[in-house]
Design a protein around this ligand. Structure first.
Ligand code: ADE
Length: 234
């Protein structure tokens, strides 16, 4: 899968994703991440890409022309009109289902805003999906873009190895994940739960489900309610 990020801070994207599991997937060819610097498409000698908002107010707004020119060059390169995700607090909240949907694309363009956002006319022309990563405001769309790329990447075939399987983790079954333990058997006087040492697979699964339900009820009552509704078939 190929990610193309339109940004004023390409180093943030490249440096942030070239490590750990995404870095390995880029090296072995499962993923590519290209950061396109919107400033390279400025149409003035000062390479200015922002200006004051019409109607007044604080901050600067990114201009439509360089954003659209950077997008047009990507369309040329990809050879078809791609899906374009704009990272903004004014979007649908990102979730695992959205990530699964994005993972079906061969090419995904992610547009990062800065300052007070991007001229609406550019957004109307190129954006297909408006996505927020939560109810808080960051200084720009680069960290949110990395959140989306990381989440989608682990669903791309070949990115995770068997031991890192994406299947049993939180949200795939609508519940938060159960607690995990590794050696030693006793740490600061606290012992690993006996059932996990028993070798009784069915009992381990039963215990994990109970713990998942307990955690979900405590931390995410909204998900717990949905889980109960599904279990009762209503
Ligand atoms: N840009 C600034 N804040 C954001 C958020 N919460 N989600 C996505 N993009 C953003």
């Amino acid at each position: 899968m190929n990610f193309h990020v339109l940004t004023l801070f390409p180093d943030m994207i490249i440096d942030g994703l070239n490590t750990s599991i995404t870095g390995r997937a880029i090296k072995n060819g499962c993923l590519s991440v290209e950061a396109v610097n919107i400033r390279d498409y400025a149409n003035n000698k000062h390479m200015k890409v922002d200006d004051y908002p019409y109607g007044g107010g604080a901050g600067l707004v990114m201009q439509a022309a360089p954003v659209c020119a950077a997008y047009d060059s990507l369309v040329q390169k990809i050879g078809k009109k791609p899906r374009v995700v704009y990272m903004t607090p004014q979007g649908y909240t990102f979730n695992q289902k959205m990530a699964q949907d994005f993972a079906k694309e061969d090419d995904l363009v992610i547009l990062c805003g800065h300052y007070e956002g991007i001229d609406e006319r550019a957004l109307e022309r190129i954006v297909t999906d408006y996505v927020s990563i939560g109810d808080y405001v960051l200084t720009g769309g680069e960290l949110p873009a990395m959140v989306v790329i990381d989440t989608v990447s682990r669903l791309v075939p070949g990115v995770l190895h068997n031991s890192e399987s994406a299947e049993t983790e939180s949200f795939e079954n609508g519940l938060l994940e159960y607690p995990q333990y590794t050696r030693p058997e006793v740490f600061e006087g606290k012992k690993v739960p006996d059932v996990l040492l028993s070798g009784h697979h069915a009992n381990v699964e039963k215990w994990r489900l109970e713990k998942s339900i307990e955690r979900t009820k405590k931390y995410r009552p909204d998900l717990y309610e949905e889980y109960c509704r599904k279990q009762s078939g209503t």
